[in-house]
Ligand binder design. Sequence first.
Ligand code: HEM
Length: 264
Amino acid sequence: MKLPLPPLPTALQPKPKRPGEAERVKPLDHAKEAGIATVDWVDERTSLSGAARWLMFRKVPKGTNWFYTLGSATLFAFLSQAVTGVFLAMYYDPSVTHAYESARHITNDVFLGEFVRGMHKWGSTLMVILVCLHMARVFFFGAYKYPRELNWVIGVVLLILTFVMSFTGYLLPFDQRSYWATVVGVNINGTGPLVGPFLSDFLRGGAEFGSTTLSRFYAIHMLLLPGAIIGLIGAHLYLVARLGTTAPPWMKAESHEGIREESI
Ligand code: HEM
């Protein structure tokens, strides 16, 4: 039998309407209605709400802690790099004669240029640190095991691409430090077995460092790699949503005694 519900406390009971109040619609309610109507309009034409619900509303295993935020932190660092990078590209000139001067111009003359360039520079270091910490979390929590091996492999490619991003970006200011550091880096690549010499020739755009090297690094840095990283992050997150996150290794699986007995 269903018990009758207790009455609402007086404070929570809706106040009786004053004469003429029914017609008055508050501006906030108007705004809420407009928001809901817009979402409904889009959903009716795209059916996106199902996908959004599948992606956003999911169960999280017990014991999930702050270490699980490192992947999202890496994602945030990448997005910040993408946004600041777009603004830097508006002023940067990838020619050997103008690159250094355009970077100097960004720092000294452009409004908030020093700030945006600083964010991009420190953001790159942060992203490298975060991606390594995220990988360490995945490793020490055993989250690379079945059925997440493919996501680990995608992660390894993302790690390499993040490093190549840093390497190609380092040349762009085109000052003495960035030039010689890149010469050393490309030469180290050249010592690799089999593919090494081809790789260093490819990076230089020939046998010598020249103007092609800079434009090649720039194209790789701001077109090729961001495109590849965006695609791979999409696949990475799809697999995270599809497979769910792993519970920490110290959490024991709950035993469902009753279910087990019945199924025997
Ligand atoms: C641009 C780089 C990366 C981004 C933006 C990224 C993002 C994410 C996010 C948001 C998650 C879900 C939340 C979490 O578990 O932290 C995740 C999970 C995961 N990531 Fe990454 N990740 C990146 C690189 C890597 C690397 C380098 C590896 C390993 C080599 C990796 C392997 C994994 C695995 C196996 C999972 C599933 C973890 C689980 O099920 O508990 N990721 N990643």
